[in-house]
Design a protein around this ligand. Structure first.
Ligand SMILES: Nc1ncnc2c1ncn2[C@@H]1O[C@H](COP(=O)(O)OP(=O)(O)OP(=O)(O)O)[C@@H](O)[C@H]1O
Length: 284
């Protein structure tokens, strides 16, 4: 059983083997549990409490979207989850284990792929970056890179440089780099905000297919309510100053998600209205 932790340029963390997953998971324990999380910035008179009390959980293989008004603390929440900022209260657990630093089981993808990819490295070398500290056999590294690029449909671009690719392709590289780590939990902050609408749909479907194929648990912060409904098994709507959970909405849409059919469902419209009114109310 190998367990590896590595922080890399591009802020990707993680991984371990599937046997570890089976060993440590109990059936009733959610993959990710957040309990009474609180976060303040600054000290003394300068202290500003951003997150007051957040409690929610995400099961293995679920996609959960975090939504809420601008500035409410969504990115702050992700940074706490990823161990990049220490929480000032409460606790987080992955498979029941308390998180007290960057979790080895987690990989991160940020919105700004142009800053997270190394322009002087080829696509395959960028994907390899987070594996550097893992002391994996060469063949395993090659295998992981190949699999990750195949998963995002970029096998043909392995030898190209990021600047030779479109924005959507670059974000696929960032996702491939996270996948090469084989994380249990993939956390993404506004991952599709910088691409055009059509590419955004493609990347949303990529996200769902990764979950279906790899059984990964995925947490996404998004401003786009339609995207949240389309992607989610549950939506965690947060609001208030300091922020708390407004509601956790179970998204039980029928059938396989499809960009046209799913978005045309009356249930989709209902979920969108419900989520939007929660956020509107929180903004008032
Ligand atoms: N490192 C920091 N130090 C002090 N304050 C911070 C820090 N990071 C964020 N904040 C403040 O915390 C609040 C929440 O910011 P955060 O980026 O988490 O919100 P958000 O919901 O992700 O916003 P948006 O939707 O606009 O991206 C803001 O008032 C911000 O100014």
């Amino acid at each position: 059983m190998s367990t590896v932790t590595a922080a890399t340029a591009g802020s990707v963390q993680s991984t371990n083997t599937s046997s570890l997953r089976e060993d440590t998971m109990t059936q009733s324990e959610p993959r990710l549990r957040v309990e009474h999380l609180a976060k303040s910035y600054g000290r003394g008179e300068q202290e500003k409490q951003i997150i007051g009390d957040l409690t929610f959980s995400v099961d293995q293989g679920e996609v959960a979207c975090i939504v809420g008004p601008s500035g409410v603390g969504k990115t702050t929440l992700l940074k706490c989850l990823a161990g990049l900022h220490p929480a000032t209260g409460g606790a987080m657990y992955i498979d029941g284990k308390p998180v007290d630093g960057p979790p080895a089981e987690m990989a991160l993808v940020f919105q700004d792929y142009s800053r997270s990819l190394m322009p002087w490295l080829t696509v395959e070398k960028n994907v390899q970056l987070p594996l550097r500290h893992m002391r994996l056999p060469k063949a395993e590294v090659a295998h992981r890179i190949e699999d990750a690029l195949a998963a995002v449909g970029l096998s043909h671009a392995a030898k190209q440089y990021p600047w030779q690719l479109s924005g959507g392709m670059q974000q696929r590289v960032a996702i491939a780099r996270a996948l090469a780590y084989q994380p249990e939990v993939l956390v993404m902050d506004e991952p599709f905000a910088s691409v055009d609408a059509q590419t955004r749909f493609e990347l949303e479907d990529l996200c769902l297919s990764i979950r279906d194929k790899l059984g990964m648990t995925i947490v996404v912060v998004t401003h786009d309510i339609d995207e949240a409904v389309y992607l989610s098994d549950r939506i965690v709507a947060i609001g208030g100053k300091p922020a708390g959970v407004l509601e956790v909405i179970d998204v039980d849409l029928p059938g396989q998600r499809d960009q046209i059919a799913t978005r045309s469902l009356p249930e989709f419209a209902e979920l969108r209205s419900r989520t939007l009114s929660l956020i509107r109310k929180a903004q008032q």
